[in-house]
Design a protein around this ligand. Structure first.
Ligand code: ZN
Length: 255
């Protein structure tokens, strides 16, 4: 069984054909999927989907791209709901938005505090902001955990994230031929530190690049990691699935 640890099945892109998307996921052995919230409406939708579908789990948070419109006030109640397994996605994005950096940092810190209070892991988004996010987390080393989703910094930073107690999320871009830096990173860090994700509907892997991404395609990420690390696909599935079960405390049967 493969787990897609990062999807946005709560977005309108999946409104029409979610049933078929989940059916295709199963055909690719993807039997568990995390649905990631980004603001209040998408958090509620993630939870509703998780309650309707056995395969789905939810995370709730405030994404750095939404901090101008959303607050963290609603999170406390939602974090108590059944099948909510993490806080996020949260973090810092200094690529799309640089004139609200202080607000982004404040909202991220509020969610780190929630992680401390609840013991839930953080699903972290960073873009051009690894250093700042790292500095926010450093005082809590050993007290909070989670994943740097869609890791986009270099090998050195990946090692620092791991040292901090975090996992590295690997997505569709690893399947792109020219992404040598990411290939090296995957080769050089231990598989015990890697989670596989799609970020559906974004970041579609080769050979479907340009189309809508969906959780079943996480299999292409798994296959590429196996190729880079010269391991079997089965080994990569076994270890990354255990990593996800352990981090998000998914429990139960893994088949
Ligand atoms: Zn995402």
């Amino acid at each position: 069984m493969i787990i897609d640890t990062h999807s946005h099945l709560n977005m309108d892109e999946f409104k029409e054909d979610l049933f078929d998307v989940l059916k295709r996921a199963k055909e690719h052995d993807v039997n568990r999927i995390l649905v990631i919230g980004m603001d209040e409406p998408s958090n509620h939708r993630a939870i509703a989907l998780a309650h309707e579908n056995e395969m789905l789990y939810a995370t709730v948070g405030v994404h750095p791209g939404y901090v101008d419109h959303a607050t963290t006030h609603h999170l406390k109640d939602l974090l108590k709901k059944d099948k909510v397994v993490a806080i996020g996605e949260c973090g810092l994005d200094f690529y799309w938005e640089t004139n609200n950096k202080e607000l982004q940092i404040k909202v991220f810190q509020e969610q780190i505090q929630l992680a401390l209070e609840t013991g839930l892991p953080l699903v972290i988004h960073t873009r051009n902001s690894f250093e700042e996010a790292y500095q926010c987390l450093l005082p809590y080393q050993g007290k909070v955990t989670g994943v740097f989703h869609c890791f986009s910094s270099d090998l050195q930073d990946a090692k620092r994230a791991i040292q901090l107690g975090f996992m590295i999320g690997i997505d569709g871009p690893v399947t792109f031929k020219n992404n040598k830096l990411l290939h090296e990173l995957v080769r050089d860090i231990d598989l015990s530190n890697i989670l596989v994700e799609t970020d559906s509907p974004y970041l579609t892997p080769h050979p479907y690049r340009g189309k809508r991404n969906e959780p079943g395609y996480v299999r292409f990420v798994v296959e590429k990691i196996a190729e880079i690390k010269e391991m079997t696909v089965e080994e990569v599935i076994e270890i990354t699935t255990q990593n996800a079960i352990h981090l998000f405390k998914l429990g139960g049967n893994t088949r």
